[in-house]
Write a protein that binds this ligand. Structure first.
Ligand code: IPM
Ligand code: MG
Length: 357
């Protein structure tokens, strides 16, 4: 089992170190190799996704990824910015299926910004298409407008597009995931305005016919954003495009108490996967040892389940995380009165101890 470890920038190095600690505490043999990515890679090689890092990622069964980005790179040309590393990996490896579970742990019901009764027991799976849509659609760029409201003015443009096979494959992923849960899929679109999402919806309906045991409904993205905070428990599997999924998954994270709790898996058709917390590099708290490592540790659990065929080890990690939460240990982002505030490394150590005990 070969794991490429790409810690990246900001808190990335701190949280990935804790996940590696937890993996090493299992009685399994991994081959782990670390490489720089994002701003950290730019600093040493002049590129956020060096050829050697991409090669390592492609040769591994799974990638454990931290986070990339820092304000100090915001003035670089776009192809050199840290974000291009994660976008480049998704594209180069065809990681089209992004799983972002939003689970509200019983112990954290009160850390959510929503009323406890709205989020208690919440368990949503957001499935975000990850290699298409306006993120990657060509053409894009800046130019002088020849039409529109202000001909002659500078303008910028991006292209939202989806092909039928792209929607078909993510639809299958969603319906198959729903079969393992409560057999309900909500497809989120903007078909009332956008051609791209009319095709999306048409294809969802067609593929849905192959899964008569799964109930499919449709929701416009603006309404979905509202329903997520109004009545989040009405959702089970949510499937949507790249940009809507980016936005809705951040929103969903707040239902669970903290984005510091949310793992993610990005899979390609060969089941190779990239596993990363749903949060970013948080440069404002980097190096302070206070970041929450649980999203990354839970991402390692997803890695064991999806790419490494070690479901029991995945269960063990998830049980250990619940145990440390029950012990009252909290990093700052999920801290509330009456619990014990701990740092990044202490949290990782506690999970290791819970695994062993
Ligand atoms: C995410 C992030 C990325 C995205 C950024 C870092 C490019 O926000 O994984 O959700 O927009 O996909
Ligand atoms: Mg995002």
């Amino acid at each position: 089992m070969k794991i490429a470890v790409l810690p990246g920038d900001g808190i990335g190095t701190e949280i990935v170190a804790e996940a590696v600690k937890v993996l090493n505490a299992l009685d399994l043999k991994f081959e782990m190799e670390t490489a720089p990515v994002g701003g950290a890679a730019f600093d040493v090689t002049g590129h956020p996704l060096p050829e050697s890092t991409l090669k390592l990622a492609q040769s591994a069964d799974a990638i454990l990824f931290g986070a990339v980005g820092d304000w100090k790179y915001d003035t670089l040309d776009r192809p050199l910015r840290p974000e291009q590393a994660i976008l480049g990996l998704r594209k180069a490896m065809g990681l089209f299926a992004n799983f972002r579970p939003a689970i509200c742990y019983e112990q954290l019901t009160h850390a959510s910004s929503l009323k406890p009764e709205l989020v208690s027991g919440l368990d949503i799976l957001i499935i975000r298409e990850l290699t298409g849509d306006i993120y990657f659609g060509q053409p894009r760029g800046r130019r002088i407008a020849t039409d529109g409201h202000f001909p002659g003015a500078e303008e910028a443009f991006d292209t939202m597009r989806y092909s039928r096979p792209e929607v078909e494959r993510i639809a299958h992923v969603a319906f198959q995931a729903a079969r393992k849960r409560s057999k309900r899929v909500t497809s989120v679109d903007k078909s009332n305005v956008l051609e791209t999402f009319q095709l999306w919806k048409d294809v969802m309906v067609e593929i849905g016919q192959q899964y008569p045991d799964v109930a499919l409904d449709h929701m416009y993205v603006d309404n979905a954003a509202m329903q997520l905070v109004k009545e989040p428990k009405r959702f089970d599997v949510v499937v949507t495009g790249n940009m809507f999924g980016d936005i809705l998954s951040d929103e969903a994270s707040m239902l669970t108490g903290s984005i510091g709790m949310l793992p993610s898996a990005s899979l390609n058709s060969q089941n190779q996967g990239l596993y990363e917390p749903s949060h970013g590099s948080a440069p404002d708290i980097a190096g302070k040892g206070i970041a929450n490592p649980l999203a990354t540790i839970l991402s390692a659990a997803m890695m064991l389940r999806f790419s490494l065929q070690q479901p029991e080890a995945a269960d063990r990690i998830e049980v250990a995380v619940k145990k440390v939460l029950s012990q009252g240990l909290r990093t700052g982002d999920i801290y509330s009165e009456g619990t014990t505030k701990v740092g990044t490394a202490q949290m990782g150590d506690a999970v290791v101890k819970a695994l062993q005990g």
